[in-house]
Design a protein around this ligand. Structure first.
Ligand code: COS
Length: 388
């Protein structure tokens, strides 16, 4: 749903300009230094990117899902590491508060998230609980002392995006150790400066340099009882699933944007690069690669916009969100592979940036639910529908 085309177009124009003038020229520098320069973070804040999905009442832009998707398609036209900083904050990092938080929790945190003052992280994955998220072992045990009701959190989280920068964590932990499954899990808002939290060294990743992940270790970390999202125990896994459902549409949109960028770069190269006396774009085998990529990009773009519209319409889009993540991330991998192929030897060396995208996009098929998890979710939902 687009509420006001004119306002949205002003935002999209500004994002496109920011991508073109500030982000694209900084891609190589960010990959080299593994840091997003402060001037760029400031630019993101000025544009309101940290508040894209935060409702206007809390100081954000309050975008609908369709509007968010259009912004992510634009943001995808550059290295995906840039998106990670604000996209994780407005996405999985803070959506738990937005979707299931109490009014007091929203009022306390959303305004500071919207300005970018607080960076948010989503702490679900553990060393022994990746795809099987409901088996997580981090515990949050309730107690009372002179300072009031609280939970004592112990456990380790792994591959946590933005952990080194985070001001707060949306933490999933087991409040009922007797329930080893999803029902024993609760979600918390944990401020990163709470004593008992240690951030591990940054992971050395294959790509997306500039976007940081690390372990987060909780040792006897005391979290006030009021920080449990929604005020109720046992709801945390469902909150995490709802957050991921929305996140999967968001990531799919980024996949489409990045695929469009790689396709454009490959096309520009193909019309300039001459072999056998003519531009390689004149060869039908190269044309086949370009055409296949274009058709797949168009399909994924249409899916993502359709799923976003349905979600805005209040429909259950669990299946559609997984279809989008599955198709768009796999599509992006194929487009990256063809782009490297079109660049030939030049695609394998760092100078053209395409090998960087090739490494960056590999993550899309892994995080926020692997391709195989999306297949499981889609099939389960289909079977449930057919047998109920
Ligand atoms: N919205 C709301 N509730 C949902 C939901 C959704 N999209 N998906 C599941 N739930 C609910 C279920 O309805 C169920 O509630 P009830 O017990 O009341 O029926 C509960 O959550 C548990 O769901 P389920 O039984 O499907 O849990 P499983 O342990 O079988 O796990 C998968 C399901 C595999 C889908 C889940 O573990 C998953 O998504 N794993 C991947 C995790 C992931 O994406 N990790 C990335 C980390 S973040 S980068």
């Amino acid at each position: 749903m687009i509420r006001d085309t004119e306002t949205l177009n002003v935002l999209l124009d500004a994002v496109n300009r920011f991508v073109r003038e500030a982000l694209v020229p900084a891609e190589a520098e960010v990959a080299e230094t593994d840091e997003i320069p402060e001037r760029i973070v400031r630019g993101m804040k000025d544009l309101g990117l940290f508040g894209l999905t935060v409702p206007e009442a809390y100081g954000g832009l309050g975008l609908t899902m369709e509007e968010e998707v259009l912004v992510m398609l634009a943001m995808g036209q550059t290295s995906p590491a840039f998106r990670s900083l604000f996209g994780t904050t407005v996405g999985i990092g803070s959506q738990g508060i937005l979707l299931d938080g109490t009014e007091a929790q929203k009022a306390a945190y959303l305004p500071r998230l919207a300005t970018g003052e607080l960076i948010a992280s989503f702490a679900l994955t553990e060393p022994e609980a990746g795809s099987d998220a409901a088996s997580l072992r981090t515990t949050a045990i309730r107690g009372t002392d002179a300072q009031g009701d609280h939970y004592i959190v112990n456990g380790s989280k792994r591959f946590i995006t933005n952990a080194p920068q985070a001001g707060l964590f949306t933490l999933m932990a087991r409040t009922n150790p007797a329930d080893k499954g999803a029902g024993g899990v609760s979600a918390f808002i944990v401020e990163a400066n709470t004593p008992g939290i240690t951030i591990g060294p940054r992971d050395r990743k294959m790509g997306q340099r500039g976007a940081h992940t690390a372990d987060v270790i909780f040792e006897n970390c005391r979290v006030p009882a009021g920080q449990i999202i929604g005020g109720r125990e046992g709801q945390g896994f469902k909150t995490a699933m709802k957050v991921l459902e929305k996140g999967r549409i968001h990531i799919a949109a980024i996949c489409v944007g990045v695929a469009e960028r790689m396709q454009r770069d490959a096309l520009n190269y193909a019309v300039q690069r001459r072999q056998f006396g003519q531009p390689i774009a004149e060869f039908q085998l190269v044309q086949a690669m370009l055409a296949d990529s274009q058709a797949e990009i168009y399909a994924a773009r249409s899916m993502v916009i359709d799923a976003a519209r349905k979600r805005d319409d209040g429909q259950n889009v669990a299946t559609e969100a997984s279809c989008c993540k599955l198709f768009a991330s796999e599509m992006c991998g194929r487009v990256a592979d063809r782009a490297v192929q079109i660049f030939g030897g030049s695609g394998y060396v760092a100078d053209h940036g395409i090998e960087r995208f090739y490494r960056d996009v590999r993550l899309f098929r892994l995080y926020e639910g692997t391709t195989q998890i999306q297949q499981i979710v889609i099939a389960r939902n289909l079977i449930r529908e057919a047998t109920r």
